[in-house]
Design a protein around this ligand. Structure first.
Ligand code: ADP
Ligand code: GN1
Ligand code: MG
Length: 361
């Protein structure tokens, strides 16, 4: 989304019950989706966000999900910094719909916390896993099916595959020629894509409240202790599966390189990090996951990695309309790292299963 004019940001800020008078605001963080600003008043700091309504078509329903889930989590929280706190508008709403058509919300800034675009140690990765595992545990009695699907079919991989095929068919910029190897990689695995939905139909994968964007930069850690504090970026909370939350975190965090590393020799699946995350996630979840669910964790990792890769590749073909990019091949580069990780997951398939079984014992 294009950066908002200062006047529009100021207008939005005037709608919220802030403590003190705003003295500054500036773009903040490295998210790919929303416009995030750090707002400082003479008394307090806040996070102001413009919700990306190209990605999230129904911001009001999205905010209803966030209100319900944060209220539910707050009942059992020991420290207020464990849960995101929405700041209401002057009329008591959780968001402001401005005359320009944008949707704004404000959270209390989580002070004395850090968030990592890439974890710096296995201990950090463990903490992220524990946070998302705990999120599963804390919400295990929440009626997942009552949540709105903020992005319909978000992790419906067969649907993502159909969308990818459509993008390929259209090939509006003639980019497919440059991505033949990657396209073949996605097509060769078509039989795999329905696996989780079939497991769910058979009763092997319970419906859960899933976060759906479990990268390390969506967990705040305490700046002093570096212990997990709070799960953020709740826009994609939906009815879903625990194994895709696990999987997306592995995809992003158990890689030895960045999501957009250009040298594929540097992109490997770190098996020790896979184990660390499994330990953190299952411990955080208080061993509430079912046996069949746990055994599907490695499949969840592979599914999220290939799905994300095909999303990057489809966006490359479409002309970079969804993910923010810094250069023309950025999405293709990202797709390649994902496919390299998928190869690694296939090579170590048995090892990954063994790790999960051992940790779950
Ligand atoms: P996106 O969907 O674009 O990733 P996020 O909600 O994850 O947006 O916010 C982007 C970044 O802003 C986060 O990675 C984090 O650094 C920071 N952030 C978001 N909410 C808070 C908060 N309540 N307190 C402190 N930092 C926050
Ligand atoms: C997006 O919002 P952000 O940057 O945390 C995307 C995820 C992808 C991720 C890839 C709503 O996440 O699904 O896995 O980029 N979020 C949405 O980096 O599409
Ligand atoms: Mg984020």
């Amino acid at each position: 989304m294009p950066k908002k004019p200062d006047s529009q940001i100021k207008q939005a800020l005037r709608q919220f019950c802030l403590e003190g008078t705003p003295v500054s605001f500036a773009p903040y963080g490295n998210g790919h989706i929303n416009d995030t600003y750090l707002v400082t008043t003479d008394q307090k700091r806040y996070i102001l966000q413009a919700i990306n309504h190209f990605v999230f078509k129904e911001p009001a329903l999205l905010m209803e999900n966030i209100e319900r889930v944060t209220a539910f989590l707050r009942r059992n929280a020991r420290d207020p910094r464990e849960v995101l706190t929405l700041v209401p508008t002057l009329s008591g709403d959780s968001f402001y719909h401005d005359p320009q058509g944008d949707f704004w919300r404000v959270y209390l800034f989580l002070e004395n916390s850090i968030c990592l675009d890439r974890v710096e140690s296995p201990a950090d990765f463990y903490e992220c896993a524990a946070a998302f595992g705990k999120f599963q545990r804390d919400l295990s009695s929440f009626p997942a099916e009552t949540l709105h699907e903020t992005i319909p079919d978000f992790h419906n991989t067969p649907k993502r595959y159909r969308d990818f095929l459509q993008a390929l068919e259209r090939d509006p910029l003639g980019r497919a020629a440059a991505a033949q190897k990657e396209i073949a990689f996605v097509k060769a695995r078509a039989d795999f894509y329905p696996l989780l939905l079939e497991a769910s139909r058979k009763g092997d994968l319970p419906l859960r409240v899933s976060h759906n964007d479990t990268k390390s930069n969506n967990v705040m850690l305490d700046a002093v202790t570096r212990k997990a504090l709070c799960v953020i970026d709740l826009d994609t909370i939906m009815p879903g599966f625990s194994v895709t939350d696990f999987g997306d975190a592995i995809r992003f965090g158990a890689s030895t390189a960045a999501e957009d590393e250009q040298d594929l020799d540097r992109v490997r699946l770190d098996l020790d990090l896979f184990k660390v995350y499994t330990e953190g996630f299952l411990t955080g979840a208080g061993h509430r996951l079912t046996e069949s669910e746990v055994l599907l964790l490695p499949e969840g990792a592979k599914m999220m990695t290939i799905e994300c890769g095909m999303r990057f590749l489809a966006d490359y073909l479409e002309g970079d309309v969804y993910f923010k990019t810094a250069y023309p091949e950025h999405n293709l580069v990202r797709a390649r790292t994902q496919f390299k990780l998928v190869e690694e997951m296939e090579r170590y398939q048995e090892t990954l299963k063994e790790i999960v079984r051992t940790v779950n014992r």
